[in-house]
Ligand binder design. Structure first.
Ligand code: GUN
Length: 281
């Protein structure tokens, strides 16, 4: 079984990006900039944002974090986004989710200029991705896609089963694999026989948020299994895949932690650089 090392893949990607930033700096005399807006003091969000900032600095991006208290008015956030939209030194804007209840998430997402939407959450980017046009691609599915391609560069005709239909993961993952000529099935909580669907798969991407849902006897030999889950349980953090069991059957599997997570952040940096490059044309 191949244990897919997301930490190593992310470090390699960051190294590539570092070189790219150096050559962009030589060409344009400035570097891509990422601005993250963090609202409130949820610990997981704070940790994510700190990691994003650290990684951005490591590859040489200009990085800025704007923090607001939980009580911030929606208007203040929207006005800040408008200001960042106009700021030429800002290539990418990310508003860390989840947001406090009194702030309309969709309004926030739609205020970010599509060309600076490094999360790929703006409806314009969602539409462009599903139409096969150039767009920002959400960082987590992009990271999963790059890990899958490392194991199997030619995905033509492969049967992929996505477990979970979220806008964040399942749906964009589907688009990326369709572009590679996979036959894609999206499964979800109302799917009749999830095990039977998974048993058909050459590639499984589990992104539902149910601890260790995908079992060993759901996976045929030679299947690549990507585990997007991060679930807190009594025995610590586990994924959506039963690692013990599935590692005995699968061809390749991502661990949790150390699989998809590190790639997500590296892909955010990649998206920031892509946004910068597109803005220079
Ligand atoms: N919170 C957890 N994951 C994400 C993400 O990918 N983007 C944003 N903006 N917030 C998140």
């Amino acid at each position: 079984m191949i244990l897919i090392d997301g930490k190593k893949a992310a470090a390699e990607l960051r190294e590539e990006l570092k070189h790219e930033v150096t050559s962009l700096k030589a060409k344009y005399n400035r570097v891509p900039g990422l601005t993250v807006i963090l609202i409130g003091d949820l610990t997981p969000s704070q940790i994510y944002v700190r990691n994003k900032e650290k990684s951005a600095n490591e590859v040489g991006l200009k990085s800025e974090v704007i923090k607001y208290p939980d009580s911030v008015e929606e208007k203040t956030v929207l006005e800040k986004i408008e200001e960042l939209n106009k700021d030429e030194t800002v290539s990418g804007i990310l508003v860390q989710l989840p947001l406090p209840k009194h702030i309309d998430k969709q309004k926030v997402i739609e205020t970010i200029l599509p060309s600076k939407d490094v999360d790929g959450f703006h409806p314009m980017n969602v539409g462009n991705l599903s139409s096969g046009y150039e767009s920002s691609v959400p960082c987590t599915p992009l990271g999963c896609y790059l890990l899958i391609k490392k194991v199997e560069p030619n995905l033509k005709g492969k049967k992929a089963v996505i477990v979970g239909r979220s806008n964040l993961n399942g749906k964009p993952m589907t688009q990326l694999l369709l572009k590679e000529n996979c036959t894609v099935t999206i499964t979800h909580s109302k799917t009749k026989d999830l095990k039977a669907e998974c048993l058909e798969a050459d590639i499984i991407v589990a992104a539902v948020g149910i601890p260790e849902l995908v079992k060993g006897d759901w996976v045929k030999k030679d299947t690549i299994v990507i585990d997007v889950g991060i679930n807190k349980t009594d025995k610590g953090i586990v994924g959506d895949v039963d690692f013990e069991e599935v590692s005995k059957n699968a061809k390749a599997l991502t661990p949790v932690p150390g699989g998809v997570g590190p790639m997500t952040i590296a892909c955010l940096l990649k998206n920031t650089i892509e946004c910068f490059k597109r803005s220079q044309i």
